[in-house]
Structure formats: structure tokens, C-alpha cells
Design a protein around this ligand. Structure first.
Ligand code: 5GP
Length: 180
């Protein structure tokens, strides 16, 4: 049996996402923005975030895979699915579910900057700064959280639980099984 503890309620998440959308829209007022969602974890957050933004925008997606074990990011990232839109000359907003070691986003922002965007901003729903292995700070962070493995609102464990409306801590199960 998997056990969960709610860390952030649906109401908390929704209120914060609205604030983030408003802050981003203020900072980019009058500009057109390319919003890039990092699959799969960011898909629900991004869907709510873009609806909270009032600047003209287009969306695109990237899918990355990290070399090394599934739980520990190695910092070397492979692009599994690249953007369909060009980045050069555009204001780019990267939307990520969570920053852990920071290695994925550091690598990704280097790749994007080489494509000559007008600006690159990063928005992460969650941030676990205690786990950072590189200097990486997002421009917008929904919630700073302690070092727990969380699921829900797009985040998975073994591809499951992405549909939870809240964010929950996944507690290791006593019997080693993952079934609910
Ligand atoms: P980083 O390169 O910052 O270590 O890796 C960030 C990625 O690791 C996130 O996009 C996410 O896919 C995964 N990750 C890190 N912490 C968690 C967590 O607590 N829960 C889930 N579901 N994924 C996490």
C-alpha cells in the first residue's frame, strides 16, 4: 500500500498558480511569449499557468531524458522531443514541475541560450533547494519544499499519480509493494 500525505492542497496550488501567472504577465507586459513546457511533469501546471497569464503567448513542449539512474539526475540530458517553434528573438518562459539538483534546468537553459532567444525565464512549481548540485535559481517558484519525494499535479511515481489535484508526499510503503 502506498501512503500519501498532502503537502499542498488544491486550493493552495490554484491560488499560487494564479499569482505566478499575474507576476509573469506584469514582468512581460506588452511582449509576446513562447511558453515551453517540459514533459511530462509540467503539463498540468502549464495548462493552469497559461490560463492565468494575460500576455499573448504560444506554447511548445520539450521532452528530456536524464542519463543515469531514474531517481538521481546525472546532469547530462538528452533531448527526446525538441521544440517545433524557433526560439531566436523570442521571450522564452520555461515551465518545469520541480527543481531538484538543478542539473536538468542548467543544461536546458544552456541549450536554449545557444539558440539566441531574446530572454529566457524559468518558472518552476516546486523547488527543493536543499538538494541543489549546481547554481540554478528559477525566476519564478511556486513553493519551496523540503526534501521529500512528491507526486500529483503532473508529478509521477512510475508514471502514476499525475492526476491528483493536490501535491502529496509519497511515503515509502512498508511491504515494498506499490499497489494502492
Ligand atoms: P534535477 O535535474 O533538478 O535534479 O531534476 C528535476 C527532475 O527530477 C524533475 O523534472 C522531476 O522529473 C524529477 N524529480 C525531482 N524531484 C522529484 C519529486 O519529488 N517527485 C517527482 N515526481 N519527480 C521529481
Amino acid at each position: 500500500m502506498s501512503e500519501f500525505e498532502v503537502l499542498l492542497s488544491e486550493e493552495q496550488v490554484q491560488a499560487r498558480v494564479r499569482e505566478l501567472g499575474e507576476a509573469i504577465s506584469r514582468d512581460l507586459a506588452g511582449e509576446q511569449v513562447l511558453v515551453i513546457g517540459i514533459l511530462k511533469g509540467a503539463f498540468i501546471f502549464m495548462a493552469d499557468l497559461v490560463r492565468a497569464m494575460s500576455v499573448p503567448l504560444t506554447v511548445d513542449f520539450m521532452s528530456l531524458s536524464s542519463y543515469g539512474s531514474s531517481t538521481e539526475s546525472s546532469g547530462e540530458v538528452r533531448i527526446v522531443k525538441d521544440l517545433e517553434q524557433a526560439v531566436d528573438g523570442k521571450h522564452v518562459l520555461v515551465v518545469e514541475d520541480i527543481i531538484d539538483t538543478g542539473l536538468t534546468l542548467k543544461y536546458l537553459s544552456e541549450i536554449l541560450r545557444r539558440r539566441n532567444p531574446r530572454s529566457v525565464r524559468i518558472c518552476a512549481l516546486l523547488d527543493k533547494p536543499s538538494r541543489r548540485k549546481t547554481e540554478m535559481a528559477a525566476d519564478y517558484v511556486g513553493f519551496v519544499i523540503p526534501d521529500h519525494f512528491v507526486v500529483g499535479y503532473g508529478l509521477d511515481f512510475d508514471q502514476r499519480y499525475r492526476n491528483f489535484r493536490d501535491v502529496r508526499i509519497l511515503k515509502p510503503s512498508g511491504d515494498g509493494g506499490q499497489e494502492e
